[in-house]
Design a protein around this ligand. Structure first.
Ligand SMILES: Nc1nc2c(c(=O)[nH]1)N(C=O)[C@@H](CNc1ccc(C(=O)N[C@@H](CCC(=O)O)C(=O)O)cc1)CN2
Ligand SMILES: Nc1nc2c(ncn2[C@@H]2O[C@H](COP(=O)(O)OP(=O)(O)OP(=O)(O)O)[C@@H](O)[C@H]2O)c(=O)[nH]1
Ligand SMILES: [Mg+2]
Length: 435
């Protein structure tokens, strides 16, 4: 179905650039281009896939800029509709004037993500792929980009297709059995495929944490007693002197954040005030904050000075989000406790092992070449599908068949079949304008 209106947006980043693009999509895209473009050829009378060189004109016929028009004829375009790309010098003013001209000629300003929404509605990509487009734009690390690219190529949808096939076949087998009970359903057509799908869904859910972290990044707080070496370790991980280090206990009083990439995850490192009882109101407020930051962080590194008398700190952080470190091991004192890793911020000893540990804690053993769940929407749909598959494994045939149907609905939801307009709108609302 071709939408009646033609949308327009500046598709390149705001600001100065070598080249800028205004993109038109819809039934009037090429006729609008005809009216504002002057060159040897006419966009609407050009074959798709060609570019035309010439000048862009404003309402008075004055030249806005020289540039090129790229012609795409539906369905052979990003959106599946007729598309004209007006490529100019990357001048804020030229792009603005060109946009205005397109609106004067009848185009409507595109909403965020509306080009990709149209690509979805035209069936050029499914919802998982559309979400991947957005992830790709926002990817801050190679890991996030690689994941988004896999998603864009349909990797998640392909995995789901395999499961849908198994479920549909099982449902068929059960229904046949209900019609002809004397036949019975052989185990390998009933339990085996359901168990396989259950496994696969569980496995997919395991990837969600890594997927979320690769996308949104992780917050990593350093906690410990005063002088434990938190600021020194932060500086050592960053590779520059971000935080003040002195031999005085209580140096860091407020928390401080620094950004870096670690193991392909965008990391916010948080240095905090050393935790101790104190009469100093300012320091006490800092301690309060430190503990709070620890509770809210994705991971906490809890530091203890191995060269000082032991005075462990109790923090309200579950074990799986905790990494215990003994610091200053270059001073020659180390205790033996498997729960602790040793580091020296001064010599760098133990830092590679710490990075490995962080990778394991953050990404687990998720294979980098397989696709990860990356949005809350995906996690919810897979969780719901899994519940119904589990239902199907425990319930008698008639109910099992219904459970499988529900599981199939949730998997279909993932790729964007039978999803409400609201859900779709919600997804595209977070996109950039022009995407
Ligand atoms: N200038 C420009 N660069 C861009 C995009 C764009 O729209 N414009 N893209 C998007 O934002 C991405 C590329 N995605 C695209 C996907 C499909 C088609 C397309 O026209 N496909 C047709 C023709 C294929 C062919 O000729 O081989 C088709 O699939 O039928 C274009 C871009 C990234 N770079
Ligand atoms: N030998 C040695 N000294 C260290 C090491 N790490 C830190 N120190 C020293 O320990 C002292 C305290 O270090 P900081 O990094 O300021 O400790 P902190 O945990 O941030 O302390 P507060 O901000 O007061 O809570 C400084 O004199 C550092 O030079 C280390 O690995 N080896
Ligand atoms: Mg400090």
């Amino acid at each position: 179905m071709i939408r009646a209106d033609t949308i327009v947006a500046i598709s390149t980043a705001q600001g100065e650039g070598a080249i800028g693009i205004v993109r038109l999509s819809g039934p009037q895209a090429l006729s609008i281009a005809d009216q504002l473009f002057s060159g040897k050829r006419t966009p609407s009378r050009t074959r798709g896939g060609r570019f035309l060189y010439g000048r862009f004109l404003d309402r008075e016929g004055e030249t806005i800029d020289e540039g090129i028009v790229l012609v795409f004829k539906g369905p052979h375009s990003y959106t599946g509709e007729d598309v004209a790309e007006l490529q100019t010098h990357g001048s804020v003013s030229a792009l603005g004037a060109l946009l205005t001209r397109c609106v004067e000629l009848g185009a409507r300003l595109a909403k965020p993500g509306e080009f990709t929404l149209r690509a979805f509605l035209e069936g050029r990509m499914d919802l998982n792929q559309a979400e991947a487009v957005n992830s790709l734009i926002h990817a801050q690390t190679d890991t996030a980009r690689r994941q988004a690219t896999l998603g864009l190529q349909g990797a998640l949808s392909k995995r789901l297709d395999g499961m849908v096939f198994k479920l549909a076949r099982t449902m068929g087998a059960i229904q046949a059995m209900l019609d002809y009970p004397e036949e019975g359903v052989p185990e390998e057509d009933r339990i085996v495929p359901l168990l396989a799908v259950q496994n696969e869904l569980n496995h997919l859910l395991d990837t969600a944490r890594a997927g979320k972290l690769a996308q949104q990044g992780a917050r990593l707080a350093l906690l410990g007693r005063p002088n434990a070496g938190k600021s020194s370790l932060l500086n050592a991980l960053l590779g520059y002197e971000r935080s003040i280090v002195t031999p005085i206990a209580g140096t860091t009083r407020d928390y401080l954040e620094a950004h870096m990439e670690l193991v392909g995850v965008p990391i916010t490192l948080i240095d905090t005030a050393g935790v101790r009882e104190t009469a100093d109101v300012i320091e006490a407020a800092g301690v309060e904050r430190a503990l709070q930051l620890g509770e809210n962080a994705d991971l906490v590194m809890l530091l203890e000075d191995a060269s000082a008398p032991r005075e462990p700190l109790d923090v309200n952080v579950p074990e799986d989000r905790l990494i215990r470190l003994q610091t200053k091991t270059d001073l020659g004192q180390v205790w033996h406790d498997d729960r602790y890793q040793s580091v020296s911020a001064i010599t760098g000893a133990g830092l590679p092992e710490l990075r490995d540990r962080l990778r394991e804690k953050l990404l687990g053993d998720q294979a980098r070449h397989e696709v990860w769940l990356s949005s809350e929407r995906q996690v919810q749909a897979v969780t719901a599908a899994l519940e119904h598959v589990q239902g199907a494994l425990t319930l008698p045939d008639e109910l099992a068949s219904y459970e499988i149907e529900l599981a199939l609905n949730h998997l279909a939801e993932l790729s964007g079949k039978n999803v409400s307009e609201e859900v779709i709108e919600q997804i595209f609302r977070n996109f950039c304008v022009g995407k």
